[in-house]
Design a protein around this ligand. Structure first.
Ligand SMILES: Nc1ncnc2c1ncn2[C@@H]1O[C@H](COP(=O)(O)OP(=O)(O)O)[C@@H](O)[C@H]1O
Ligand SMILES: [Mg+2]
Length: 269
């Protein structure tokens, strides 16, 4: 029996009572070492507890009624693992073949998703993404040689790019952008956004959500759209122009900020 089986069999009593005997599927889309079970109308996510997860639960509760996002049905920490039972978001992920084959609908809905995030009143938002803290965390990874340069965009390191992660980190310290604060998803990539019937049906994976610069989500969303259609993950989808996102948003791309936030994220790959 694997460790994960042990962890799953160690369900907190309150959660066990809510799901016992119900059929589920296991999801292997996630890449964060978490375990996800999908029930008919609920999702159980189990992952190693860390301070960020308690904040995520707070944000999810705060978002109730503000944005389509999973409702917290029950959550508990047991033996170092957080068990979160939440409502299931309906629809299909933005990364579903259905949408990748319908670029017009996909870019319209992604722009809609960003506008929904930006319309959230942040005056009492319980969390702010702090760039200084992000840079400190990145510094820690760089100093411990934990940056995976192979997952980076091809132009980031090497010829014409940065020599190594340390040089990139220094550049990020030297070029901190002005912030235009909005409510940000924090990991605005296609697998974390769901659509149904021509509408945004939900945002999931909210561990990095909070107040951040407007261009943070735009940058990660743009990169995710690009990577999912240009063959990075194997398949090329013709006729998808990631720049369409800016046209749908009705804004001129701020390439300086887009590049900055993508480069920052490269250190966390
Ligand atoms: N509330 C939810 N509603 C529907 N599907 C979900 C929900 N939470 C997670 N999932 C499914 O589980 C997968 C992994 O969950 P996610 O929270 O994105 O984890 P990870 O941090 O591993 O990316 C998602 O891609 C999605 O398919
Ligand atoms: Mg995810």
């Amino acid at each position: 029996m694997s460790d994960m089986d042990d962890i799953i069999n160690n369900l907190p009593e309150a959660i066990r009572q809510l799901i016992e005997g119900k059929p589920y599927e296991t999801d292997d889309m996630g890449r964060s070492g978490s375990q996800v079970r999908i029930y008919d109308d609920a999702v159980l996510k189990i992952e190693k507890e860390q301070p960020k997860l308690a904040q995520m639960v707070e944000i999810m509760r705060w978002l109730d009624g503000k944005l389509p996002a999973p409702k917290v049905l029950a959550t508990e920490v047991k033996d170092g693992y957080r068990y979160l039972l939440m409502s299931k978001v309906k629809g299909r992920m933005a990364v579903d073949e259905y949408y990748l084959n319908r670029p017009e609908e996909l870019t319209t809905l992604l722009a809609e998703a960003l506008k929904m995030l930006w319309s959230v009143d942040i005056s009492d938002c319980p969390k702010t993404l702090d760039l200084s803290a992000e840079l400190e965390a990145a510094k820690d990874l760089v100093e411990h040689g934990q940056v995976n340069m192979n997952n980076a965009e091809p132009e980031t390191f090497g010829e014409g790019g940065f020599k190594d992660p340390a040089e990139l980190l220094q550049w990020l310290y030297d070029n901190r952008p002005e912030t235009d604060p909005v409510f940000a998803h924090g990991d605005f990539c296609l697998p974390n956004i769901f659509f149904e019937d021509g509408k945004v049906s939900g945002f999931i994976d909210l561990g990095d959500a909070g107040i951040a610069d407007r261009w943070y989500d735009v940058a990660l969303g743009y990169r995710s759209l690009k990577r999912n259609v240009n063959g990075t993950f194997g398949k090329v989808y013709e006729g998808v122009d990631p720049d369409e996102l800016f046209r749908k948003l009705g804004i001129e791309p701020d390439w300086g900020k887009i590049r900055y936030y993508i480069l920052l994220d490269e250190l966390f790959c």
